[in-house]
Design a protein around this ligand. Structure first.
Ligand SMILES: [Zn+2]
Length: 275
């Protein structure tokens, strides 16, 4: 069993961690590989002095958290855990968190909002078949949610092996123009907003990424928006492609390999598949 800490408890004004963390819990608990423990942080503005996750008890951490800074000792403990071979899944708006924590930005590769700009690092682009780091201007944004195609960019990576070269994701935000150190980062899948989508960048934006931090591994999925007023799991999180890549990314982050078969309901190039 892979021991997983699901860390949640705060989201920004645009999200609802209660709904998203429940959906994550349900998806991961349905997979016999994972034993999931959920830790809910103190609420915004509350005292964090009793917040002290025992990172070493877990093979990987799934982060659904965007909120107050953690105490320095907690941050340092997490950095040590990751550098020594820990695993992390950064889920959707978790890449909005901790804009001024350098090691966290290295772990997630790129992030958005919270004042991230050119000083935070380049944008990650996919142009003419390869990853390009673009230092040019632009801050994080996304078009209104739409159904978009994920294009596999690292078919031999353990997380992606056996997945279709492209598949249709259920309606979701398409995080765009994320910025960060982008060190030791592999682009696993991208998505592009066509000209019919208002507010798209016209670039192949990285949606799934793998990052190495010391001996640690990070799977970064930008998918899975749950709005502040959503009271039920969203289509984005019910997408079989979202759940499959989440579970595969988590296993890889925890162990370095992936043993899971591709499920029969994995979406095709032109049809969304919901659970
Ligand atoms: Zn969102």
């Amino acid at each position: 069993m892979i021991k997983v800490l699901l860390l949640t408890g705060q989201s920004n004004q645009w999200h609802n961690w209660r709904v998203s963390s429940r959906a994550l819990e349900k998806a991961l608990q349905s997979n016999p590989l994972f034993e999931v423990e959920t830790l809910v942080s103190p609420s915004a503005g509350e005292d964090f002095s009793d917040f002290s996750p025992v990172w070493g008890n877990f093979d990987a951490v799934v982060m659904d958290y965007e909120g107050d800074e953690w105490p320095e000792t907690v941050k340092q403990g997490f950095v040590d855990y990751m550098a020594q071979g820990g695993g992390l899944v950064a889920f959707h708006a978790s890449d909005n968190a901790f804009p001024d924590w350098p090691e966290f930005n290295e772990m997630i590769g790129v992030g958005g909002w919270g004042g991230r700009d050119e000083k935070s690092g380049p944008k990650v682009r996919w142009r003419e078949g390869e990853m390009v780091l673009d230092p040019g201007p632009g801050e994080a944004m996304h078009p209104a949610p739409f159904e978009y195609t994920l294009d596999t960019r690292a078919p031999e990576h353990p997380v992606m092996r056996g997945l279709p070269s492209s598949w249709l994701h259920a309606i979701d935000e398409q995080y765009s123009q994320l910025r960060g150190p982008a060190k030791n980062l592999t682009v696993l899948a991208t998505a592009i907003a066509g000209p019919e989508v208002e507010g798209g960048t016209g670039e192949h934006e990285p949606m799934l990424m793998a990052i190495e931090f010391g001996k640690g591994r990070i799977f970064h999925t930008t998918l899975g928006h749950v709005g502040a007023n959503d009271e039920e799991t969203t289509l984005a999180m019910r997408c079989a492609g979202f759940e499959t890549t989440l579970s595969r990314g988590l296993e890889w982050a925890a162990t370095g390999s992936v043993t899971q078969e591709i499920p029969a309901d994995f979406p095709s190039g032109d049809t969304v598949s919901l659970r």
